[in-house]
Design a protein around this ligand. Structure first.
Ligand code: IPM
Ligand code: MG
Length: 397
C-alpha cells in the first residue's frame, strides 16, 4: 500500500559511495526495469521519462530492459523471481524497481508462493546488503505531516538498514501440527562490518553523527552489533557514535527527528523504523531508496504496491523519480541528480502534485511525470501555471 509502506531523499543521502562506474560510459548505463505490482508500472514509467530527460539535457543514453517480479511474475510464470529476471539484473548496471505485493496473498497465511519472496531472493542473490533510506522534509508539505511544524524544520537523516541477514533470512520452522513456529535472527561479524563501513562513510560526508539502533539490553545479536560498531568506530574518528535501543529510537523519531544524521540498524528494526520515519515528510509517496551491495544496485520507492490505485493514474511518482536521482548519484552523476531534485522541488512549489498531497486539486501521475521531466530537460516555458495545464488535471474539482 502506498499509504502504509513508503520511504525519502536528500542531496546528501550518502547513497553514492565513490567508485561506481557503469559498464561502458556514463551515457550507456544499462538499466533493468522491474515494474512489479499495483502502481509499480505507472510510477516507474515516470522515473524513466525523467531519466530520458536527463539524457536529453546532459547528453546521456540509458538502455532499458524489462524483467518480471512479484505477483505479476507469479501470474505469468508461476515464479515470483524468474531466472531470466535474475540474469538480466546481474548483467545490468542498475535496477529500477516499482513495487511488490498483491492483496490476494496478504490475507492468506498458507500461500506457499508469495510475491515478496521474489524481492527477498533478489536482494540475497545480488547481495544487496545495505538499504539506504533518506528522510527529509519539504516546507511545502509541512502541513501534511502528522508532526508539528517546529519538529519538521531541518529534519535530514538517512537510515542504513541491513538487508540480507537477520530474522528475514534465518531458519524458519513450523511444527507438524501447525501450533508452534520460530524465526531465527542471526548475524556474523562481517555482515555487520560491511554495512557499518558504508554508514560511517556516509556520516563523514554528512553531519558526522552515527546512531546504532539495536536492542542490546535483550538480544545477543544486538550485543554483537554494538561490539562490531565499537570496533569499527576508531577508523572514523571524526564521526560521533551513539547507541539507542529500538523502542527509544521509535519514540525519538517522533519526538525529535532532527537529532539524527545517519541511523544504522539491522534488517527488521530498519524495516519498521523506516516506515515510521517516512511519514514525517508528509506523504509516503515521496520517499526513495537505494539498495547497494556487491553486485548490481537497485533503486526503488519505499512505498508498496497500493493496489487500490493501480491503473488509475493517481499514484505519486515522486518516490520513484527520486530513486532515479539516487541511481544517478550512485554513478557519480551529481549534477544530473541535482537537476532531478530541483525539478521535484519546483513541481511541489508549483503545486503540480498528485492526490495524496492535494486531494481536491490534483494532477495525474503521468502529468506530474511529464512536468518534472519537461523541467529537467529545460522544456518548461517561464509562464507555465496551473491554468496552462488545467486540462491535464483531475476532473474532480
Ligand atoms: C520493504 C518492504 C519489504 C521488506 C517487503 C515487501 C518484503 O516492506 O522494502 O521495506 O519487508 O523488506
Ligand atoms: Mg518495509
Amino acid at each position: 500500500m502506498q499509504d502504509a509502506n513508503h520511504h525519502s531523499t536528500s542531496s546528501q543521502s550518502g547513497a553514492s559511495q565513490p567508485g561506481h562506474s557503469p559498464r561502458g560510459d556514463a551515457g550507456g548505463l544499462k538499466i533493468a526495469v522491474i515494474n512489479g505490482d499495483g502502481i509499480g508500472p505507472e510510477v516507474t514509467a515516470q522515473a524513466i521519462k525523467v531519466l530520458d530527460a536527463v539524457g536529453e539535457r546532459f547528453g546521456h543514453k540509458f538502455h532499458y530492459s524489462h524483467g518480471l517480479m512479484g505477483a505479476d511474475a507469479i501470474d505469468k510464470t508461476g515464479n515470483p523471481l524468474p531466472d531470466a529476471t535474475l540474469e538480466l539484473c546481474g548483467q545490468s548496471d542498475a535496477i529500477l524497481f516499482g513495487a511488490i505485493g498483491h492483496p490476494k496473498y496478504d490475507n492468506d497465511p498458507t500461500a506457499k508462493v508469495r510475491p515478496e519472496q521474489g524481492l527477498l531472493k533478489l536482494r540475497k542473490s545480488l547481495q544487496l546488503f545495505a538499504n539506504i533510506r533518506p528522510v527529509n522534509t519539504y516546507p511545502s508539505l509541512h502541513h501534511l505531516s502528522p508532526l508539528k511544524q517546529d519538529r519538521l524544520e531541518d529534519v535530514d537523516f538517512v537510515i542504513y538498514r541491513e538487508l540480507t541477514g537477520g530474522i528475514y533470512f534465518g531458519k524458519k520452522e513450523l511444527s507438524a501440527d501447525g501450533s508452534e513456529a520460530s524465526d531465527l535472527c542471526a548475524y556474523n561479524r562481517s555482515e555487520i562490518e560491511r554495512i557499518a563501513h558504508l554508514a560511517f562513510q556516509a556520516a563523514q560526508q554528512r553531519r558526522k553523527k552515527l546512531t546504532l539502533v539495536d536492542k542490546a539490553n535483550v538480544l545477543e545479536t544486538s550485543r554483537l552489533w554494538r561490539k562490531v560498531v565499537q570496533d569499527v568506530a576508531p577508523s572514523y574518528a571524526d564521526v560521533a557514535v551513539d547507541f539507542l535501543f529500538v523502542d527509544n529510537a521509535a519514540m525519538q523519531i517522533i519526538v525529535n527527528p532532527k537529532q539524527f544524521d545517519v541511523m544504522l540498524t539491522e534488517n527488521m528494526f530498519g524495516d519498521i523504523i523506516s516506515d515510521e520515519a517516512s511519514v514525517i515528510s508528509g506523504s509516503l509517496g515521496m520517499l526513495p531508496s537505494a539498495s547497494v551491495g556487491t553486485h548490481t544496485a537497485m533503486f526503488e520507492p519505499i512505498h508498496g504496491s497500493y493496489p487500490q490505485a493501480a491503473g488509475k493514474d493517481i499514484a505519486n511518482p515522486v518516490g520513484s523519480i527520486l530513486s532515479a536521482a539516487m541511481l544517478l548519484d550512485y554513478f557519480n552523476l551529481y549534477e544530473e541528480a541535482t537537476s532531478v531534485r530541483n525539478a521535484v522541488k519546483w513541481a511541489l512549489d508549483s503545486k503540480f502534485v498528485t492526490k495524496d498531497i492535494d486531494p481536491i486539486n490534483y494532477y495525474f501521475t503521468s502529468t506530474v511525470g511529464d512536468l518534472i521531466s519537461d523541467y529537467v530537460a529545460g522544456r518548461v516555458p517561464n509562464d507555465i501555471n496551473q491554468l496552462n495545464v488545467e486540462l491535464r488535471k483531475s476532473t474532480l474539482i
